[in-house]
Design a binder for this molecule. Structure first.
Ligand code: GAL
Length: 485
């Protein structure tokens, strides 16, 4: 029955000739897991199915992680009919079997290919075979395509050439009649944030992330304000590098079409807990897809408590929030990545008139950061704005993180059931993000830590490489104007 409904919807979309970003998918940023960051080419049916089961058992599915994405290195080439064939050693039961098992668990299945003659690891690519491959993916029951950029045979270098190459696959996916989320992965080449919204659900805006906080590396040559005109995306990009690179064009992400800051590194061991919290906070606030990249089968407690943290996930999954943007950056910075004394303020508009703020200390020493309502509401007129005259309750978004003890119990029990997690764990299948936020659910809005009023400075000490994240909620409603106060 469900299947019939899906097919009918998809056919209707097809008749209307809709664009990929109108395929009804990724209205909020997609969430899931991809094997690449932790496993590279070491892929198998066992890995995918074992991970999928854990995603369900550890409560990750119920906070929104949905797609299990198989990355590069899965194929054995093409058969006599030019149809892609799965490597039978890695996938002895074929891809449709993997997809079926994912669907049985209520998860979506993601697949990988490249808009080139070969994938980046030199397996068969889809350039010239787009329709055939889209049909193959659909016949296997694939729900998501990550589409890379290697070996594109020179069909790159200007926006229209790249747009046209990626549009062929967008059209081919739509023509299958199956809703397939389309994640472009051309590393920001030819500035996809300027043109990909009508064909893709997301686009990578940088070279590959590397599990490091702020590492200068010539293989990721562009950073910060230079990122806009970056001709060579490179790889080995640090988290701070990507954060600064996306800052000028965060607003290009919209429902159905998002800037993809690349997969999460939480749990992979290259950053500290503080740095991983910053990573998770900003990827959520900027509304990047949230694709876990660690070994879920050997999840540790601190990583789980970050990945499940609802007050931050609510920034991403709030249907009415917009991507956070950087209000200011104070720095004593080198050309690449973040500077030794760098601090930043980011703000995000949330549903119901709430506002999130993020005070970042990207430097190496403790720093006291300060902001005010005039600063936060600069765009609306600063000190003269209505918002700056209102009183705002301030909620700390990290104060009520699940303890290591409780997260450890979930890992140990292999289940969220039977563990006392009700004060910190938000099951988004029982109540939607929108309803939870409207109901002031404390698991979503964070812990009250004070009030901001007109003219007051909000000062806080932030540890190195750390972020203080707050939700501001106006006291007495969002429509109060100056003369009502
Ligand atoms: C890169 C891509 C990575 C991964 C890899 C596989 O181009 O950015 O995320 O998919 O290829 O070879």
């Amino acid at each position: 029955m469900l299947r019939i409904t899906l097919d009918v919807c998809a056919s209707a979309l097809l008749v209307l000739g809709v664009l990929a970003s109108d395929n009804g998918l990724a209205r909020v940023p997609q969430m899931g897991w991809d094997n690449w960051n932790a496993f590279g080419c070491d892929v198998s049916e066992d890995l995918l199915l074992g991970t999928a089961e854990k995603i369900v058992q550890l409560g990750l599915q119920d906070v929104g992680y949905h797609y299990v994405i198989l990355d590069d290195c899965w194929s054995a080439g093409r058969d006599d009919n030019d149809t892609l064939v799965a490597d039978s050693e890695k996938f002895p039961n074929g891809m449709a079997h993997v997809a079926d098992r994912m669907h049985d668990l209520g998860l979506g299945f993601g697949m990988y290919s490249s808009a080139g003659a070969m994938t980046c690891a030199r397996y068969a690519g889809s350039l010239g075979f787009e329709e055939k491959d889209a049909q193959t993916f659909a016949s296997w029951g694939v729900d998501y395509l990550k589409y890379d950029n290697c070996y594109n045979e020179g069909q790159t270098g200007d926006p229209l050439t790249t747009f046209n190459r990626y549009k062929i696959m967008a059209d081919a996916l739509n023509a299958t009649g199956r809703p397939i989320l389309y994640g472009m992965c051309n590393w920001g080449e030819d500035s996809p944030w300027k043109w990909a919204q009508t064909i893709a659900n997301s686009w990578r805006m940088s070279g590959d992330i590397f599990d490091t906080y702020n590492h200068e590396d010539v293989r990721c040559p562009c950073s910060g304000d230079e990122g806009i005109n970056c001709a060579l995306p490179g790889f080995h990009c640090s988290m701070a590098n990507i954060l600064n690179k996306v800052a000028p064009f965060v607003d290009k992400g919209n429902p159905g079409a998002w800037n993809d800051l690349d997969m999460l590194e939480i749990g992979n061991g290259g950053m500290t807990d503080t740095e991983y919290k910053l990573h998770f906070t900003m990827w959520s606030a900027i509304k990047s897809p949230l694709i876990m990249g660690n070994d879920i089968r050997s999840m540790d407690a601190p990583s789980l408590s970050i990945l499940l943290h609802a007050p931050i996930l609510a920034l991403s999954q709030d249907p009415d929030s917009t991507p956070a943007y950087r209000r200011w950056r104070h720095r004593n910075a080198p050309a690449h990545g973040a500077g030794p004394n760098e601090t930043q303020l980011w703000t995000q508009s949330l549903s119901g008139g709430d506002r999130a703020i993020f005070l970042l200390n990207l430097g190496d020493e403790n720093a006291t950061l300060s902001t005010s309502l005039a600063d936060i509401f600069f765009d609306s007129g600063g000190a003269r704005s209505d918002e700056a005259q209102m009183n705002w309750d301030v909620f700390d978004l990290w104060a009520n993180r699940m303890s290591n003890e409780v997260a450890g119990q979930v890992v140990e029990a292999n289940s969220t059931r039977g563990v006392n997690i009700t004060s910190t764990y938000f099951n988004a299948t029982e109540m939607s993000w929108a309803d939870g936020l409207a109901a002031n659910d404390s698991r979503l809005i964070g812990q009250w830590v004070g009030q901001m009023t007109a003219g007051m400075d909000w000062e806080v000490e932030v540890e190195p490489h750390g972020a203080m994240a707050y939700r501001l909620r106006s006291v007495g409603g969002t429509s109060r104007k100056r003369d009502e106060l």
